[in-house]
Structure formats: structure tokens, C-alpha cells
Ligand binder design. Sequence first.
Ligand SMILES: Cc1cc2nc3c(=O)[nH]c(=O)nc-3n(C[C@H](O)[C@H](O)[C@H](O)COP(=O)(O)OP(=O)(O)OC[C@H]3O[C@@H](n4cnc5c(N)ncnc54)[C@H](O)[C@@H]3O)c2cc1C
Length: 401
Amino acid sequence: VTTFGRIAVVGASLAGVRAAETLRASGHQGRLTLISAEPEMPYDRPPLSKQLLTGEWDTERVWLRKPDHYSALDCHLLLGRRAVSLDPVRRTLRLDDDIDVEFDGLIVATGAEPRRLPATPSLPGIRYLRTLPDALALRSSVEHDGRVVVIGAGFIGLEAAARSQRRGAQVAVVESATRPLERVLGPRASALVAQLHADNGVDLRCSTAVSHIEGDSDVTGVRLTDGTLLATKTVLVGIGAAPSTAWLADSGLHVADGVMCDAYCAAAPGIYAAGDVARWYSTSLGAHVRHEHWTNAVEQARRAAQNMLLDPGEQVPYDPVPYVWSDQYDIRIQVLGHWLPDDDVRVLEEDTRARRLVELRGRLGRVTGALTINAPREFLRLKRLVNAATEWSSAAERTPA
Ligand SMILES: Cc1cc2nc3c(=O)[nH]c(=O)nc-3n(C[C@H](O)[C@H](O)[C@H](O)COP(=O)(O)OP(=O)(O)OC[C@H]3O[C@@H](n4cnc5c(N)ncnc54)[C@H](O)[C@@H]3O)c2cc1C
């Protein structure tokens, strides 16, 4: 075991908090500093596009942990303080109040931030959804205006569309691809999701792009490239996220759409990264990958923190089976495994009316993934086959279509 005197964790959201907990659980007894740019108690993001957006949950319910948890961890939690630079050789972080934090070990967990709509002035009605204040502002804006245009039919945009529609707002979604989430879910699931939103009264416009936002001092509408004007005062931009790495620009760390890490989540000696910000080498794919999913932030934070405390020969590569879920209306979409378009797919159940879909996916003779819509029990059954990397032929026998 390697002992570190002082460990700093930059970013106190899901990955940062879980890393801090793992460090303590794995025996780190020295100083532990957790630094968050946000002033709020560390909170969880999935409810921001779900229960918080409808007002079912209040803000305290999204906190990751109660405030006294951090003192029990003997963790020095710095809220509302941003790391602005890193010197990996002197092992020092500079914060935005010009204070330097010295460390022996560092975990970078600065997550991601929304991609901005290009060439667009920032008008008050143009909203993004990443933070607690974003969610509260979007909620009150949709409530006040009674309508919203969502740009981008990704998970967050579609979840926000579903919740806003449920609250009685008129909702339009603009997507440049032919169907929502097709690249992520594949064709069958994507068609089902499109139908789900159409049936619920969402005006889903695919294969069309936004030309520009109309309005001088505030938004009056969204002009599409086909000339259509969607009148609205509220626009939610959900066109993806980019890793929060600007503060590392002069650090000498290798940054390329994420902090580049080896298979053990190390970016440099004693410096690890985890969560949405980390791009690590997946030994099973033979490539660097980055995931923006809740389960990845949890699992990678644990692995990175454990590896940091282990001697090099004892460290374990991080090579998870990725998992993501999304809740839209009363339906849960669940996806396990890396999905490649030429994977083998076996459709075990497809019922458009009941909005159910169960797919098993495989590659090179093994079960490698599963996708279910509105079938949580089936998902658990298929998960066992994926985790055991079951032979494709024997799995087919055990899962009659
Ligand atoms: C609205 C929404 C809904 C989601 N729903 C789902 C879902 O249903 N299912 C699912 O699998 N995933 C979901 N996700 C994704 C999941 O929440 C993320 O993968 C997860 O939050 C990643 O955690 P993280 O700690 O790596 O990064 P983040 O949560 O982005 O946290 C990073 C933290 O670091 C801070 N920070 C950034 N730069 C600095 C700096 N220089 N100094 C100090 N602090 C800094 C940020 O302010 C932030 O607090 C959702 C995400 C969002 C935004």
C-alpha cells in the first residue's frame, strides 16, 4: 500500500464524493480535501431532469449525503471554490481565491459542462440543464411560459421534454438526426422512443436543424432551417456535454476530450481521474473511452481511489460493462454494454403498444449487452448473461424469443 500525506479531490459531485469515501474506506489517514466549484452541498444530477423538474422533490432530497457526513469522513470540504490551475511537478493546485493547495495525491473529478449553442448570444430564455440552479430556473420558466422548445433529443432533453409535458406545457423537440437517440440505442428502441413522445403530445421534429434563435433582448422563437418558426420564450439546449478541463490547460497533463488516463485511471504519477471528465484506456475495447453516466462515475471513482493507494503491481485495470438508464414518462430505458452498430442483436420481445422492448446483444460469439424498455425484470435476467459473458449460442437457447 502506498501512503499519501495529503490527497486532494477536485470536483465534489458524484465521482468526487465517492472517491473521497473510498479513500477513507481503503485506509487513507492523511489530510483529505474535497474542492467544489459549486456553492451547494454536493448533489446528484439524475433527478434534475426528473423529479426536481416537476417539483416532486425539493433540493435537499437531491443532496448526495447529509452535511455531517463530510465531517464524519474527516474531509475538508471547500464549497464555492474553483481550481484554476495545476502544477503536477510541484504538486500544487491554485484556487480562484489565489490560495494554493499542496497535495501528494490528486483525483480529478471535474465532470462535464453543457455544450453551448454555437454563434448564439446568451439570452435569458436560452437554458441549459446541468446544475441545480439550472433545473430550478428551467422549472419556473416552463411553468411561467407554458411552453418550451428543446434542442437536441438526447437523454436529458427527452427527459426534460417528458416532465415538462406532464406538467401541462406545450413541448417541441428539434433533432437533426432522423430519430431520437438512434446512435445510442439502435433503430428499434429509437423508433419506440419517438412514438412514446409523439403519443404523449410532444411535437418531435427530427431530420431538421435550428437555424437561429429569434429575439433581441430575449427569446421569441426558434427558427428551423426549413423556415418554420417555433414560437417560445423558453429554449432548453441539450446538445451534449464537454469535459471540464479548461483549468488543466497549462498543467502538462494530456487532455484530449477528457483527461487521458491509462487502464488504471492514472493520468500521471499520483494523479488519477474519474467520472465524466476521464478518458481511460479500456483493455477490452483496446481504445480510450469516456462515459457520461452515473454508474460509471461511481465505479470509476472507486477504482481510481483504490488504485491510487495500491502499489503499481497490485493495481487493477478499470474495464466495466457500462450501464445507463433513462426515465421518460412512466418508462425506464436500460442499456448495458458497449453498443456497436454491427453487434448481433436478438429481439426477445417487441410490443409497441405496451411500449416494451427486450434485446440481447452479442459480439464474437459472446453476450456483450442488453437493452430493455419498460422491462426491468427482464433486464436483471439478461444482466446475468452479460456479466458472465455467456456464449451467444447457449444464451439464445436460454432466452427464447
Ligand atoms: C440533468 C442530468 C440528468 C442525468 N440523468 C442520468 C440518468 O438518468 N442516468 C445516468 O446514467 N446518468 C445520468 N446523468 C449523468 C450523471 O449525472 C453524470 O454522469 C454524473 O453526474 C457524473 O459525475 P461527475 O462527478 O463525474 O461529474 P459532475 O456531476 O459533472 O460533477 C463535477 C463537479 O466538479 C465541479 N467542477 C468543475 N470544474 C471544477 C474546478 N475547476 N474546480 C472545482 N470544481 C470543479 C463541477 O462544478 C461539479 O460540481 C445525468 C446528468 C444530468 C446533468
